[in-house]
Design a protein around this ligand. Structure first.
Ligand code: MF3
Ligand code: CO
Ligand code: CO
Length: 290
């Protein structure tokens, strides 16, 4: 962030004034990383990381529970109710609900929907591929993750798309360590996806997360090595590659949320919330074996 005045709108998009929102975190950033740090990236404290870890673990648990419930014949509205109730029952709040006017508690993105699908009365049928994107707010901290669910018997090509999207996520995660860059992540993902004959969505990115739903930096799933912000310990952000069977272009439906592939081809996505550690990465939304 370069010299944002105290009364200007906060760059996080909250609509609040900078001084009422991210100014104190920006100061903390500068204290820790020196006055030169004007990136807008919030370096989290130990206490914040513990809170984000707990919230991320709840998000993971909700996605696990859905594995047992999602099957042909149910509607995406039912998924919305399950996610909403699990979240509230665990003392948390579903971040999507009323976020910039989003009307439901979870995103359900079916087949050619890239992301931000709104749950409705659509009945899941054999052969569908569905992304469910869950974000919890627990004690004020955000944990954001999504997965693909294969409905009944899915075609080999759709299975391959889902598997490649997941491999893209993990190739991105392999790049997460101190002194690598955000560009290293996008490069690893783009190279792999395009080699498989698929395309990488440009219009939506991963993002800093934890204190707010969407923080700096943006994390594109394409790009060049050694470009973009440098990764430093205690940064928290998502990687969430959206991979299309056909071309990468997207368009938004009249509901102003649902993003679909412009060419109508299938799209798949996987997402984790990640912590940069002293020597690598911790996948906060992955289940910890106890
Ligand atoms: N969870 C999505 C992400 O990964 C954001 C959803 S915004 C909503 O960034 F309003 F659609 F819920
Ligand atoms: Co996200
Ligand atoms: Co998400």
């Amino acid at each position: 962030m370069k010299n944002i005045s105290r009364n200007a709108p906060c760059p996080c998009g909250s609509g609040k004034k900078f001084k009422k929102c991210h100014l104190s975190q920006d100061k903390q950033n500068n204290k820790r990383w020196g006055k030169g740090n004007r990136t807008g990236i919030i370096i989290k404290t130990k206490e914040q990381i513990e809170g984000i870890r707990k919230s991320s673990q709840l998000t993971c648990k909700i996605l696990d529970l859905l594995e047992e419930q999602i099957r042909p014949g149910i509607t995406t509205n039912e998924i919305n109710e399950w996610v909403h109730d699990y979240t509230i029952d665990n003392g948390a709040y579903p971040a999507p609900l009323n976020y910039r006017g989003f009307p439901k508690s979870v995103c359900t993105s079916l087949n050619e929907v890239i992301c931000h699908g709104i749950p409705d009365e659509t009945v899941l049928k054999d052969g569908d591929i569905l992304n469910v994107d869950v974000t919890c707010i627990l004690d004020g901290y955000y944990g954001d993750s999504n997965r693909m669910y294969l409905i009944g018997n899915v075609s080999e090509e759709a299975k391959t798309l889902s598997r490649v999207a997941k491999e893209c996520l993990y190739l991105g995660i392999e790049q997460v360590k101190p002194f690598n860059t955000i560009g290293d992540i996008g490069f690893a993902i783009q190279e792999y996806a395009e080699n498989k004959g698929f395309s990488v969505v440009r219009d939506f990115c991963g993002h800093g997360v934890g204190i707010e739903f969407h923080e700096d930096p943006q994390v594109p799933h394409y790009g060049d090595p050694k470009t973009g912000p440098v990764l430093t310990p205690n940064m928290v952000f998502t990687i969430e590659p959206m991979i299309n069977m056909g071309r990468y272009e997207s368009r938004i439906l009249a509901d102003r949320w649902t993003a679909v592939t412009a060419d109508g081809s299938l799209s798949a996505q996987w997402e984790h919330t990640l912590l940069v550690t002293e020597d690598g990465v911790e996948v906060l939304t992955e289940s910890v074996k106890q």
